[in-house]
Design a protein around this ligand. Sequence first.
Ligand SMILES: Cc1cc2nc3c(=O)[nH]c(=O)nc-3n(C[C@H](O)[C@H](O)[C@H](O)COP(=O)(O)OP(=O)(O)OC[C@H]3O[C@@H](n4cnc5c(N)ncnc54)[C@H](O)[C@@H]3O)c2cc1C
Length: 283
Amino acid sequence: MSAANYLLSDPSIVLYWKVKDPEKGLAIGSKAFGMPKTGPSDFVYTGTVPKDDLVRALHTDKYTSPSEHPNVSSERAHYEIVTAYGPVGVPPGMEVPMDGSIISTGAICFLPTSRGSVTLKSLDPQADPIIDPNFLATEHDWAILRSAMRTSMRVMNTDAAKELVEGQFQFPGYNIDINSTDEALNKRIMPFSSTWYHPAGTAAMGSVVDSECRVKGVKALRVVDASVLPHPLAAHYQGKSSNSCGHIDCMADTTTTSCYLCHRRARCRHDCGISLIVTQIFS
Ligand SMILES: Cc1cc2nc3c(=O)[nH]c(=O)nc-3n(C[C@H](O)[C@H](O)[C@H](O)COP(=O)(O)OP(=O)(O)OC[C@H]3O[C@@H](n4cnc5c(N)ncnc54)[C@H](O)[C@@H]3O)c2cc1C
């Protein structure tokens, strides 16, 4: 695959939960529900998959030195779980009531190793390209989603959660619980996985553009958007792309601190006067 059509993107999976008392206003659809300032989601958790599980998955994916892979050689944030006050990302054809009785936990695989492609369909510049995200092409990515699902189920199985949550809202034929096997979780992921829309990598820095975002071999042309990210980030990409002041290390800097909940503005450390709107940054 050439560098120009190397596409990375984030697979995700959502689990749904029945609240004990819809009248309490915990979820959208209940008359008592009041939208929090943060919007319809809250309680964001960033998790790390047990190293052995990922090393095993990387071995299956035929990496020669799995334990040296950057996703396991140091502690990384492999996934994020967002709790939403309602049924989000309901798969096509499935019905999950929006009547105040359901909340959800959406899990995003942050550091996928699967790579897709963007290629031309024809020489007609007006023709849409062929976009193939090639989600879940590696065992590594499946292992991350399974781990995130298990974390969601473990949390919802705690005494504190059980005070509010009656149990999981299951899809018939795809029941899972905390003791489910990898195969059962895979079966639940397979038809119902989706994405939280963080495509990147198609004009990757180092191959398509240089470290100043200049397109290699072309004069006076820069790319300044998420496509220059050469590797997946443990983050939502709006903060990495729309906040760019033109200093590429602003986009690439995963240590910028900001508050996800209040979306407060940070300032570019180049002090060039441009405000950054950083929605969410995890290292
Ligand atoms: C539904 C959804 C929800 C998301 N939620 C979040 C979130 O909560 N937090 C977060 O951090 N990220 C979120 N993201 C991801 C984030 O929006 C993207 O990662 C980010 O916008 C990518 O920035 P970009 O500059 O690369 O591309 P874009 O923001 O898509 O910008 C591309 C721009 O180019 C313009 N354009 C396209 N073609 C042409 C053309 N031929 N000529 C001129 N202009 C053109 C488009 O109109 C657009 O304005 C979400 C994405 C989606 C789809």
